[in-house]
Design a protein around this ligand. Sequence first.
Ligand SMILES: Cc1cc2nc3c(=O)[nH]c(=O)nc-3n(C[C@H](O)[C@H](O)[C@H](O)COP(=O)(O)O)c2cc1C
Length: 213
Amino acid sequence: MVKRKINKKKMLWIVLGLCIVTIAGFAITIVSIDSYQYRRNQKVMKGLLTDNVSSRTLVVFFSRSGNTELMARKITALKQAHLIPIQSKRNNIGVKGWIEALMDARKAEAEISPAKIDLSEYDTIYIGSPIWLYSPAPQVFEFARRNDFMGKKVVLFNSMNSKFEQKYIDDFKSIIEQNGGTFEKHIYIVRGRMTQQMDVDSFLKETEKLLTN
Ligand SMILES: Cc1cc2nc3c(=O)[nH]c(=O)nc-3n(C[C@H](O)[C@H](O)[C@H](O)COP(=O)(O)O)c2cc1C
């Protein structure tokens, strides 16, 4: 009887230990891939800088690990557009940043800068973000709520690993329409699950394809 109790206790510790090791391994893998992609994207972006701004198109984006930023810069180059990043205090890389992103994912509000932009010079606004918990990040919802899109066409673009829910895209569309804009379309790239993701070249080609279709 006593022996059985000890064995049960031992088993519990083993199971608990295994759970902790699995969770820690998962967290380390995610954060390492995240940080690697951030550094790689920063390097690629240097080759995508453009000063050929000649259209009435604006690209506004929020990005944490740089994938949506790559998309934004490619769109900017192809459309000869203006580019404005949305900064947020909560867009750090690493474990803390990842946890913050997870906690923020479905929030209705976000602290952003700039929160309001004079859009009078533009006809078309591309607004981009990653997908967090099946929804565009709260930073772009905040931007959509705070700005006047009267007479503007709006395109939402997202980068993600696997999937989003249409309900959140419809919510975004409603905000744009309430603020006077026409929601033209939603374009997105599914990069694939963390360990088998699309390479940068394919990602940029995919962005180009989305704009020409
Ligand atoms: C907290 C968090 C939640 C995420 N949730 C989803 C999700 O629901 N669906 C999905 O396809 N990808 C999800 N992702 C993956 C990101 O959308 C994807 O890596 C994106 O390309 C990152 O863009 P960024 O590099 O511009 O930040 C999530 C990432 C984070 C950090």
